[in-house]
Design a protein around this ligand. Structure first.
Ligand code: NOJ
Length: 515
C-alpha cells in the first residue's frame, strides 16, 4: 500500500485565497489517480486558529472554513472512494487550541474546578508561584508551561503545553477527555473516512506526579530518552486500546500513530493487536544517505514489526522534516539520491508514505523571507531555528513562474521560489525521465507484486557502500549505491533504475530494481 500525505494548505487552492483547500484536493484527484496511490493522509482540516496550521484544534468535529466545510470533506471522501482510494484524517488528541471552548471554560472557572481538570494546570513554584511547576521544555522552544491570569485578575496557575502555548495539553486521566475523543472518532467515521493518523501518539499520557527532568536528558525528538517523563508513559497504551475498540467497530478503518520512540521494544508496544493498527517509525526518515545507516534504519523498523507482528511503515519525509532532496545533498546530487531512496522505500514490505511534492522532487526552500515565516518554532526559539515552513511551500502545478497554477491569487500563503517551472506537475508529466514519471512507474510496478505484509527482507553480499536486498514475499531485488564509485549490477533483468546506468554498472547515488 502507498499512501500520499496531503498538507492541505499547500496542495492546491480552489477558492483563490492563496491557501490550499479541500476543493483543491478534489480538483486535483486525477493527479493522485495517475500517481497510483492507494489513499491519502490529510493533515488536519478541523476548525483551528491555525497557530500550528491545524495542529491546534478549536472544534474537532467541524471543518475549518479555510478549507471548506463538512460537505466538502464528504465530497472528497466520495471522490477518493470512487477511485478506490482511502482517506485517513489527522487527529490531534494530545492538545487543543486555546480557542477551544473547554480552554476558555478552564480559564473562567479557576483553580480546582472540573473545567481545569480537563487540562494540566498546576501551581507555580516559589513563594509567589512565579516559577514554572517543572523544568520541562516545549518542543517548539521555551518552557512547556505558561502562567494564566485568574478571573479575579491575579497572577495564577500554570498550564502545560508540550508544543506552543496556544496548544494546551489535555489531561488524559480525565474520563471526559476520552469520551469526547470517542465522539470525534465516530463523527468522522460515520461520515465515511477510513481512519486516522494520530498526532503525538506517544505523548498522550502524563505521569501522575510531574517532576523535573533529570540533568542531561537527551531531548532530541527521535531518540526519546527513557528518563524524559513527557513521552512514552505506560498509561498511553490504555488510550490506544480505547481508540482501537471504537475504530474496530468500523470494518476496514485503521489508525496510524505518530510514535517518536526510538528503542524498538518500546515502539513495538504501540502496535500490539489491541492498540494502533500501524505506527510511524522514523528511523528511515532520519537516516543519512549512507549504506550502513540506511540498513540500520530498515532493520530497526523491521525488528519493531517482528516483535509486535505488525506491518511496517516507511516515509522519506513529511511536513515536519527537511525534504529528502535537500537532506541528501540538494541540487542534482540530492535529487539523484532522493530518487534512489524512493526505490529503496518502495521495495520494502509494508506501507509506504509519500509526502506531497516529493513526487515532484521538490527541495526544501530555505529562502522563504524571514518576515513570511509562520512556524511557531521561529518565534519561540528567538529566531534561532527557522522552523518547518521550508517543506510546506505550495506545490507547483503548471507554468513558469509563481503561483505555478497553485491558485488564481497573486500570492500564496508561503511564497514560492522562482525556478520551479521545470518542477511543475505538467512539465514532469510529459517527461519520461522526470521524478514524477519515476514515482508513477515505481508505484505501478510495486502494485504488481504479491504484497503480503510479512516484514522479512534478505540482505545479500555486495560492494562497500552499497546495499542489496530482496523481500521474502516476492517482488524485486533492490540495489542502491551510496559509494563514490560505479559498481557492477548483479545478474538479472533491470525492471527500473532511479537514474541512467553506466553500461552494466550502477553509478553512485543510484538504485536499481532487478528481477
Ligand atoms: C506533530 C505534527 O506532525 C506537527 O506538525 C505538530 O506541530 C506537532 N505534532 C504538534 O501537534
Amino acid at each position: 500500500m502507498v499512501l500520499y500525505q496531503i498538507y492541505p494548505r499547500s496542495f492546491a487552492d480552489a477558492d483563490g485565497d492563496g491557501t490550499g483547500d479541500l476543493q483543491g484536493v478534489i480538483d486535483r484527484a486525477g493527479h493522485l489517480e495517475r500517481l497510483g496511490v492507494d489513499g491519502v493522509w490529510l493533515s488536519p482540516i478541523m476548525r483551528s486558529p491555525g497557530v500550528d496550521h491545524g495542529y491546534d484544534v478549536s472544534d474537532p468535529r467541524d471543518v475549518d472554513p479555510l478549507f471548506g466545510d463538512v460537505g466538502t470533506l464528504r465530497r472528497l471522501v466520495e471522490r477518493l472512494h470512487a477511485s478506490g482510494m482511502v482517506l485517513i484524517m489527522d487527529l490531534v488528541p494530545n492538545h487543543t487550541s486555546i480557542e477551544h471552548a473547554w480552554f476558555a471554560a478552564a480559564l473562567a472557572a479557576g483553580p480546582g474546578s472540573p473545567e481545569r481538570a480537563r487540562y494540566i494546570f498546576r501551581d507555580g513554584r516559589g513563594a509567589d508561584g512565579s516559577a514554572p511547576p517543572t523544568n520541562w521544555p516545549s518542543v517548539f522552544g521555551g518552557p512547556a508551561w505558561t502562567r494564566v491570569t485568574e478571573p479575579d485578575g491575579s497572577a495564577g496557575q500554570w498550564y502545560l503545553h508540550l508544543f506552543a502555548p496556544e496548544q494546551p495539553d489535555l489531561n488524559w486521566s480525565n474520563g471526559e477527555v476520552a469520551d469526547d475523543l470517542e465522539r470525534t472518532l465516530r463523527f468522522w467515521l460515520d461520515l465515511g473516512v477510513d481512519g486516522f493518523r494520530i498526532d503525538v501518539a506517544h505523548g498522550l499520557a502524563k505521569p501522575e506526579t510531574l517532576e523535573d527532568l533529570p540533568e542531561g536528558v537527551e531531548i532530541a525528538q527521535l531518540v526519546v530518552d527513557e528518563r524524559d517523563a513527557r513521552w512514552d508513559r505506560p498509561g498511553v497504551h490504555d488510550v490506544h486500546r480505547r481508540i482501537r475498540r471504537v475504530v474496530d467497530e468500523y470494518p476496514g478503518a485503521a489508525t496510524f500513530g505518530e510514535v517518536w520512540v526510538g528503542p524498538v521494544e518500546r515502539f513495538a508496544r504501540y502496535v500490539r493487536p489491541d492498540e494502533l493498527h500501524f505506527a510511524f517509525h522514523f528511523a528511515l526518515t532520519g537516516a543519512p544517505f549512507e549504506a550502513a545507516a540506511i540498513r540500520d534504519a530498515v532493520e530497526s523498523t523491521l525488528e519493531a514489526s517482528r516483535i509486535a507482528d505488525s506491518t511496517p511503515t516507511w516515509a522519506l519525509s513529511n511536513h515536519d522534516v527537511v525534504r529528502e532532496v535537500t537532506r541528501y545533498g540538494n541540487g542534482a546530487i540530492g535529487t539523484a539520491r532522493a530518487r534512489a531512496m524512493l526505490l529503496v522505500e518502495l521495495a520494502l514490505p509494508g506501507i509506504a508514505f509519500v509526502y506531497n511534492g516529493a513526487e515532484l522532487g521538490l527541495p526544501s526552500d530555505f529562502r522563504v523571507p524571514r518576515d513570511r515565516l509562520t512556524d511557531p518554532t521561529w518565534e519561540r526559539t528567538g529566531h534561532a531555528e527557522l522552523g518547518r515552513d521550508h517543506c510546506r511551500v505550495p506545490l507547483p502545478w503548471a507554468g513558469s513562474a509563481p503561483p505555478y497554477g497553485f491558485t488564481t491569487a497573486e500570492d500564496t500563503w508561503l511564497p514560492q521560489p522562482r525556478g520551479w517551472g521545470r518542477l511543475t506537475a505538467r512539465e514532469q508529466s510529459v517527461d519520461p525521465d522526470s521524478t514524477l514519471s519515476l514515482y508513477r512507474e515505481a508505484i505501478r510496478i510495486r502494485h504488481s507484486w504479491p504484497g503480503t505484509t510479512v516484514p522479512a527482507v534478505t540482505w545479500l553480499d555486495t560492494f562497500d557502500g552499497c546495499l542489496l536486498f530482496c523481500r521474502e514475499d516476492g517482488g524485486v531485488l533492490c540495489m542502491i549505491n551510496t559509494s563514490r564509485h560505479a559498481v557492477p549490477v548483479p545478474d538479472g533483468d533491470v525492471v527500473l533504475a532511479s537514474g541512467p546506468l553506466d553500461g552494466t554498472r550502477l553509478p553512485p547515488d543510484t538504485a536499481v530494481w532487478l528481477q
